[in-house]
Design a protein around this ligand. Structure first.
Ligand code: GDP
Length: 595
């Protein structure tokens, strides 16, 4: 029977549930439920044949015909997630699926903690086991015989701290959004974190029990934030839940398994043992106790583990219910005793063959860290550009903060227009408000630059930016901001430092020391000359030297500074041509980015 109102679609001989769901514009979960009702168990990635698809399509009001050619296979794009890099040494054939590790992010008060509790309580298996769940920073639940591991320290800081240390705890992010409140600043921040880490997002639309909950409004906002809900034709699963009334929890767990099936979450249980420190604390009776999340291989009691700057032989392993276990395979969190000191949350750990090897590994790591901090850890526009030039980076990551929403849009438009060339511009996050520590954390983990328009960086953010080497650039004129981004793309950006003149001296006499070293006997005529200042020597109108002070003496004493009117001896680094009458200018280089 051909009905003119029915939409005609073409389907291939075989189609994955995901693709099929997209064509008929309904959620893959609904399709899976329909199949289950008919006794067919399938995951989102599994293919169904044309006949089955045609029956389902018919039920949904579509008229299907068989298409001639196979649908093109979806290609994987984007960078490899960090956990994948951690198991890069493993042979493909040795990898087997492991439980997904999930973390919960979202705006404050949207229900992250409540949801974690509801999921833990909903797990019947845990109840049956009779064990009291211990707070070790992670727990596991079981659905249909499959395990899911939850990291139970919600929040962006924990997630990002791991990434900036080269680890990645979570495979999937649950983004909690309160249905009565909608997408808020920290929701956007969470989206940026997950996207920067290339971790898939499932939205838990929480508080649907509230009378003023408005799911459609949230879905619209999600669409605006590049997370189009799957029931609106996009790829993001949005699961309505109520953490308070414990509703929708199983749907959420089911969604996690669906996404997991689609995300190639694997490890080699027999491979090299490596993972991430989730938590660590000093226990009065047990000594340092750390929660380790195994990401590859199997951890055993008695193993020698190196974690961050510490190591030790594991005396005992406990699961999240506090029960002693002998070993822990991939995705399993265990609390361990035996490390000599406390590692930091986010440190990567590995198992080594002997204590000697452990000490060696720590030394190597410390050396590598030293090099990293002294060399190119800084993420300045100039350095990013040189990386781009060297082919090491193909995109510039930005975090944009502005005073008001009205200034964000024009800036975003302009920046996006600039990014149409060879180098992609990636705005991780654009929001109103001052630059905070969270912004710096995200920037550090994602090699991004923070650009602020008519905003300030708060003290904690500046301090963190300094230690993490994150570049913050502040502007008050949009044109200047855009110009700098453009210059950065072309590699012409002026240095981030400006000169601040602090003093002048004239050379009255030149003294020769041994090995050709010359000392300029001077009188300071303006301001002061400082031992740590930069120096420029001019002779009439020519600049004859630019460099640094190698020594500064008043009479015979080494001094740090000399003021106007005083005489002094100035040694200049690698310069022996100083002459009577030369003018020595002293200046400081100051960062221009933060006023
Ligand atoms: P977090 O800051 O994201 O961890 O949020 P919490 O889990 O602490 O929850 C914040 C507030 O929202 C608490 O008062 C919870 O009782 C309440 N809440 C959480 N989930 C729900 C829900 O599903 N329905 C309702 N009505 N309230 C909820």
């Amino acid at each position: 029977m051909s009905d003119p109102d029915r939409k005609k679609i073409e389907l291939p001989a075989n189609i994955s549930i995901r693709d099929f769901a997209q064509i008929i514009e309904i959620s893959p979960i609904q399709i899976i439920k329909k199949l289950m009702a008919n006794g067919v168990m399938a995951s989102i990635n599994q293919a169904i044949d044309y006949d089955t698809a045609a029956i389902l399509a018919d039920e949904m009001g579509f008229e299907a015909t068989l298409e001639n050619q196979e649908a093109p296979v979806e290609k994987e794009t984007g960078n490899v997630p960090l956990w994948r890099q951690m198991i890069a040494g493993e042979n493909e054939a040795s990898l087997t699926p492991r439980p997904p590790v999930v973390t919960i992010l979202g705006h404050v008060d949207h229900g992250k903690t409540s949801l974690l509790d509801a999921i833990r309580d909903a797990d019947v298996a845990a109840g049956e086991a009779g064990g009291i769940t211990q707070h070790i920073g992670a727990y596991q639940v079981e659905l249909k015989g499959r395990q899911i591991t939850f990291l139970d320290t919600p929040g962006h800081a924990a997630f990002t701290a791991m990434r900036s240390r080269g680890a990645q705890g979570a495979d999937i992010v649950i983004l909690v959004i309160a249905a009565d409140d909608g997408v808020m600043p920290q929701t956007k921040e969470a989206i940026a974190h997950a996207k920067a880490a290339r971790v898939p997002i499932i939205v838990a639309l929480n508080k649907v029990d509230k009378p003023n909950s408005n799911p459609d409004r949230v879905k619209k906002q999600l669409g605006e934030n590049d997370l189009m809900p799957d029931d609106w034709g996009g790829n993001t699963m949005v699961i309505p839940v109520s953490a308070k009334q414990k509703q929708g929890i199983e749907d959420l767990l089911e969604a996690i398994l669906l996404v997991a099936d689609n995300t190639d979450i694997r490890a080699n249980p027999k491979g090299a043992v490596i993972g991430t420190v989730i938590e660590a604390e000093l226990d009065k009776s047990k000594g340092p106790v750390a929660t380790l999340l195994v990401q590859n291989g199997t951890l055993n009691t008695g193993d020698i583990v190196v974690a961050g700057n510490t190591y030790g032989r594991l005396r005992a392993l406990f699961d999240f219910r506090g029960r002693k276990v002998q070993k822990a395979g991939p995705s399993i969190p265990v609390s361990v005793m035996g490390l000599s000191e406390l590692p930091s949350a986010g440190d990567v750990f590995k198992v080594v063959g002997s204590e000697k090897e452990a000490r060696q590994a720590i030394l190597e790591r410390q050396e590598a860290n030293k090099k990293q901090t002294s060399a190119a850890k800084k993420i300045t526009l100039e350095e990013l550009f040189s990386k781009i030039k060297a082919g090491e980076a193909k995109e510039l990551n930005f975090i944009l903060k502005a005073d008001v929403q009205g200034s964000l849009e024009p800036i975003l438009n302009e920046i996006n227009n600039l990014g149409k060339g060879e180098i992609r511009i990636n705005i991780l996050y654009a929001e109103t408000g001052n630059i905070s520590e969270n912004d710096v954390l995200l920037a550090s983990a994602s090699q991004a630059i923070i650009v602020g328009f008519s905003v300030q960086a708060d003290v904690a953010a500046r301090r963190l930016a300094d230690t993490e080497g994150v570049s913050i650039r502040l502007y008050d004129i949009i044109y200047r901001l855009i110009e700098d981004v453009e210059k950065a793309l072309k590699g012409m950006l002026a240095p981030e430092y400006t000169e601040k003149a602090i003093g002048k001296a004239v050379v009255l006499q030149v003294f020769s020391l041994s090995k050709g070293t010359k000392i300029a006997g001077c009188r300071v005529t303006e301001g002061e000359v400082r031992r740590n200042g930069k120096i420029r020597v001019t002779r009439e109108k020519d600049i004859v030297y630019e460099g640094e002070v190698s020594s500064l003496k008043h009479e015979k004493e080494d001094v740090r500074e000399i003021r106007t009117g005083f005489e002094c001896g100035i040694g200049l680094k690698n310069f022996s041509d100083v002459q009577v009458g030369d003018v020595i200018e002293c200046y400081l280089l100051e960062k221009t980015e933060i006023e």
